[in-house]
Design a protein around this ligand. Structure first.
Ligand code: CP
Length: 312
């Protein structure tokens, strides 16, 4: 690949990441990791400004984008919870995005509505990164999840990856499965209560690829064959009937006892926040990567993306 395909490009969906351009992303992420471990920071993005426009709560996406920009010498406009911006006076998304595109070089947006990042990109004069649009997608999380898996195993093809929990509303699942489905021979298990199954439209899209898909309700059916156990929380904020949420919220709880039936070589991931799906005693299991590699990779991946989008 001769040119940087991400230069000045919006990142709206995980479908933009192909097997070919993912090689460039992986190389750049490794460079960023080396940079942070050796020197902590540099100034390649000095003079560049990122707006972090977050209409929904966030710890990891917001925090890692901010630190990613700082570690590369850039500045940022932090808008987390938009209470103190003119959004609280009723300003529209297009007007808000156009405003901050005037002040900065790139806009990262998180918004509760599916398609909001695409709308933002249509109105923005600067590149837009989707930091999560409702129950739609979360492409940068998918990238860090993908990187965590490939960095650990050195491959994707041939792995059995089991995604558990709220597959209907979990945007990280939607985006990650889109990336993984490009790799022949990968097996994706989707484990959820019946009410929280993967959206049928996404399942149909995945089925177009040469991968194996298996859906079930019991984790015990697939756990012993699993290489990557990817747990998600049931997303309370997406439920109109909180009674149903209460019934489903702890449908799956990963404990050290549950993990006795998992491979010694398996890894456990979670995009976080967790609200009881993984008991804290699991944190000390060496297979648990969610607080270590997975979170740190979020920073390296976002550094890599900012570099690729902002520099030729
Ligand atoms: N994984 C993730 O998106 O976390 P935050 O909601 O804290 O950003």
């Amino acid at each position: 690949m001769k040119q940087n395909p991400f230069l000045a490009v919006d990142i709206l969906t995980a479908d933009q990441f192909t097997k070919e351009n993912l090689q460039l992303v992986v190389r750049t992420v490794k460079d960023m990791e080396k940079l942070v471990l050796k020197k902590g920071a540099n100034d390649i993005l000095k003079g560049k400004i990122m707006t972090a426009l977050f209409y929904e709560p966030s710890s990891r996406t917001f925090g890692s984008f901010i630190t990613a920009m700082q570690r590369l010498g850039g500045g940022f406009i932090p808008l987390q919870g938009v209470t103190y911006s003119s959004v609280s006076k009723g300003e529209s998304l297009p007007d808000t995005v156009r405003t901050f595109a005037n002040y900065s070089d790139i806009v990262v947006i998180r918004h509760p509505e599916v398609g909001s990042a695409k709308i933002a990109a249509e109105f923005s004069s600067k590149p837009v990164i989707n930091g999560g649009d409702g129950v739609g997608e979360h492409p940068t999380q998918a990238l860090l999840d993908f990187y965590t898996i490939i960095n650990h195993f050195g491959k994707i093809a041939g792995l059995t990856i089991t995604m558990v929990g709220d597959l209907l509303n979990g945007r990280t699942i939607h985006s990650l499965s889109r990336i993984l489905s490009q790799y022949n021979g990968v097996k994706l298990n989707f484990v959820s209560p019946k009410l929280l199954k993967l959206p049928s439209e996404l399942k149909s899209r995945l089925e177009l690829h040469k991968i194996i898909i298996y859906e079930c309700e019991k984790l015990s059916e697939v756990l012993s064959d699993t290489d990557v156990l990817y747990i998600t929380r049931v997303q309370k904020e997406r439920f109109t009937d909180l009674g149903i949420y209460e019934k489903l919220k702890h449908h799956y709880i990963i404990t050290t006892d549950v993990l006795k039936n998992a491979k010694k070589t398996a890894i456990v991931m979670h995009p976080f926040p967790r609200v009881g799906e993984i008991s804290m005693d699991v944190d000390n299991d060496k297979r648990a990567l969610y607080i270590t590699d997975q979170m740190r990779n979020g920073m390296y991946v976002r550094m890599a993306l900012l570099k690729l989008i902002l520099l030729p």
